[in-house]
Design a protein around this ligand. Structure first.
Ligand code: PLP
Length: 450
């Protein structure tokens, strides 16, 4: 009788005692390593590997495991702020700052005196150094949190008293109906504001809002005005809106603050995106508080930035909600490093030279085949709506897309009109060889011998 070769498969407890797997259990977790052991044993039972190869298979699998299951992706879509890929990729200094801040850090401590200090003072200073029209700044969890805090702290107050008489109700936040936006799937600005109990005072119509519309709501006792940059759509045709400067003057008349949500977090105007408002531009026009995301055009980590007058920022910082939405030390470290470094990867991708993109795409085509076609990149993330960023893509058969997504490294191409398009705009240049290898490997997996 021939001995069943499956009986030679190493047992689970023996494998788990291997020194390298004991070490791997400490970083990856025992259950993950156990899963790798069982997977290798299963492969041996199916006859894919021999019993003698099980140990090496487990060690190899453990060696290529990451501490988290989040898989790094090469973004070949040409969309810079890709929400499904975590928006802005961080600069090298920001990555270094994250690693440095991972342990104990002096985020709320003055080391020379040993006294407690203002949390995130350095990140705040870095922000103020880049926005000369701001007196003060507050950094919170994300743009939505910034909006929630500002709307609640500045537009709060008792809801409308409706007893049939002409009582003025105090508080509430005024927004134009032309700026009622849904930001991401199902996330509506108006719902966010009312969720915290703030009264919403809608003014104007979808296409036109005039100064008198705002003036009426202010005369009725509104607590503040919110102007939102409708970042993911554009109104054209018979339209009217009130510019930030004019709205600021009106707000001063009624002594209420003006909040401007610029969305994308451009620090200063950028000629590539002529319709995108900048933080400093909105402050210069008279906004009391400007809100922006940290991980869109600013090119930093997820964060909500609020910049404005000393008085307004102090009101926000004092509000109880401020504690619930505060930024963590990793965010503060990465924001500071992003701002101090100057140009971010997002900025470089936005300003990528089409001729250079063409050279890289041609070189890739020479290595892996395919056709070079003109291809416009996009800002994405609800910014720079409709602005094409001229560039190039390598067109491959559509069947490449799924294989590239599950390859190593994972590559996310754009699937369009029956083609798999590889746009190099958002691929770091030093990753071009890895991308070429991934495409070659995908070709082999598809079995067409490229
Ligand atoms: C993106 C965006 C937000 C939400 O910011 P998050 O950082 O995603 O929470 C709010 N307002 C506008 C105009 C935006 O573009």
């Amino acid at each position: 009788m021939v001995e069943d070769p499956r009986r030679a498969i190493p047992r689970t407890d023996r494998l788990m005692e291997h020194p390298q797997l004991i070490a791997a259990s400490r970083t990856l977790g025992r259950s993950v390593v156990l899963g790798l052991v069982r997977a290798a044993q299963d492969r041996a039972r199916r006859g894919e590997i021999s019993a003698a190869e099980v140990v090496d298979a487990v060690l190899e699998a453990a060696g290529s495991q990451r501490a988290s299951s989040l898989t790094p992706v090469l973004n070949a879509t040409g969309v810079i702020i890709h929400t499904n890929l975590g928006r802005a990729p961080l600069s090298e200094p920001a990555r270094q700052a994250l690693a440095d801040a991972a342990g104990y850090v002096d985020v709320e401590l003055d080391l020379p005196s040993g006294a407690r200090s203002r949390r995130g003072a350095a990140a705040r200073a870095a922000l103020l150094a880049r926005c000369r029209h701001a007196d003060d700044a507050l950094i919170v969890n994300n743009g939505a949190a910034a909006l929630l805090l500002a709307a609640t702290a500045l537009g709060g107050g008792p809801a409308a008293v409706t007893d049939g008489h002409h009582h003025c109700s105090h508080g509430g936040i005024v927004i134009s109906r032309g700026e009622f936006i849904e930001i991401g799937a199902g996330f509506r600005l108006s719902d966010l504001i009312t969720a915290a109990g703030t009264q919403l005072r809608e003014v104007g119509t979808t296409n036109r809002t005039h100064p008198e519309d705002y003036a009426q709501a202010l005369a009725a006792g509104a607590g503040c005005v919110l102007k939102v940059h409708p970042s993911n759509f554009a109104l054209t045709g018979f339209t009217a809106s009130v510019a930030t400067g004019e709205l600021a003057a009106l707000c001063r008349e009624y002594a209420v603050p003006l909040i401007v949500d610029v969305g994308s977090g451009l620090l200063e105007a950028d000629p590539v995106l002529p319709d995108e408002p900048s933080i400093d531009g909105a402050l210069a026009a008279g906004a009391d508080a400007v809100i922006a995301s940290g991980d869109k055009l600013l090119g930093g980590p997820q964060a909500g930035l609020i910049l404005g007058t000393g008085e307004t920022i102090a009101r926000l910082a004092r509000h109880p909600l401020a504690r619930a939405v505060r930024a963590d030390k990793l965010t503060l470290a990465a924001i500071e490093a992003t701002l101090r470094a100057g140009a971010s990867p997002v900025h470089a991708m936005l300003h990528a030279d089409p001729a250079e993109l063409r050279r890289r795409t041609d070189a890739l085509a020479a290595q892996v085949g395919g056709t070079v076609v003109a291809h416009d990149g996009r800002v994405g993330g609800g910014g720079g709506t409709g602005v094409p960023l001229p560039g190039w893509a390598l067109a491959l058969p559509e069947s490449f897309a799924a294989v590239l997504r599950t390859g190593d490294p994972a590559v996310l191409p754009r699937v369009h009109d029956g083609s798999c398009l590889i746009d190099l705009r958002c691929i770091p240049t030093d990753q071009d060889p890895a991308l070429a290898n991934a495409i070659t490997a995908a070709g082999h997996r598809l079995g067409n011998g490229r």
